[in-house]
Design a protein around this ligand. Structure first.
Ligand SMILES: [Zn+2]
Length: 266
């Protein structure tokens, strides 16, 4: 017979295994199971997720072999560092939760989707090439929507996958109203100045080696905000180290070097 403690550790192992091995879309479909077990298995107050506003003993590890990180995935609503950073910006620095806004969310992240959809102040439209969460399906190279329509666009972790990132950025710029703003975060190599693209690298194995993931076609460097500017945006930087103490950054498990770019259409 297993003792309660042994059962607890076995459960924890299974939980960790599933979170790391299952593809993210499946994880998201099973999220109600995680929401039930997480508070039991990771009881504590060492880390805190600002999105679900829950505290845990730790977060879980996440990422492919090339980009593996420890203590980053919220066991409750599956947020990662980048989601928590964006949430803090929206909460602390923007009128996103109060002002009447028309929002376009490309490739909507599950941890935001239900929350944004419930917000009475938003007219919320989602779009994606394939996602079942999307209201409309389209290719980002040619958005089938009118110019100057949206106050806000979100399009995170998409531009590293698309064939022509500049064309997609210009499309996002086009559908924004003058005075509107967007958040279009990408995986960024903080040690690389110039974005790395090589169209001859096509195999999934090689792409993972060069661009961090099997389906990435480029690796953005620190010149990423220059790309946004070239597409027409004025870029403002939200730097966690200038906003928060190192204790806060550690507790919320943010990446100190990760800058959130707010791209404005003037
Ligand atoms: Zn959370």
């Amino acid at each position: 017979m297993l003792t309660f403690v042994q059962e607890f550790f076995i459960m924890k192992k299974i939980y960790k295994f599933l979170l790391n091995k299952l593809p993210r879309p499946l994880l998201i479909r099973l999220s109600y199971i995680f929401k039930f077990f997480a508070p039991l298995l990771y009881k504590g107050n060492k880390v805190e997720c600002p999105v679900c506003e829950r505290k845990f003993s730790k977060f879980l590890s996440y990422g492919s072999d090339v980009a593996h990180r420890e203590n980053v995935l919220c066991p409750y609503d599956l947020t990662l560092e980048r989601h928590r950073l964006m949430w803090l910006y929206l909460k602390n620095e923007s009128d996103f939760f109060t002002k009447k806004l028309e929002v376009l969310h490309i490739a909507p992240e599950q941890c935001f989707y239900t929350k944004f959809k419930k917000q009475k102040n938003l007219t919320y439209l989602t779009g994606d090439l394939v996602s079942p969460l999307a209201d409309i399906r389209f290719d980002l190279h040619l958005i089938p929507l009118e110019d100057n329509r949206f106050d806000v666009v979100f399009c995170n972790h998409v531009l590293e996958h698309v064939d022509d990132a500049m064309q997609c950025m210009k499309e996002l710029f086009r559908v924004l109203k003058p005075g509107g703003w967007g958040i279009m975060q990408v995986p960024q190599d903080f040690d690389r100045f110039e974005t790395y693209e090589d169209k001859s690298i096509t195999s999934p194995v090689e792409r993972e080696k060069h661009f961090w993931q099997k389906d990435h076609v480029r690796l953005f460097g620190m010149d990423y905000p220059k790309w946004l500017e070239k597409a027409g945006f004025e870029v403002q930087e939200y730097n966690p180290t200038l906003k928060f103490s190192s204790e806060f950054i550690e507790k919320k498990r943010l990446i100190p070097r990760e800058i959130l770019y707010i791209a404005r259409k003037l």
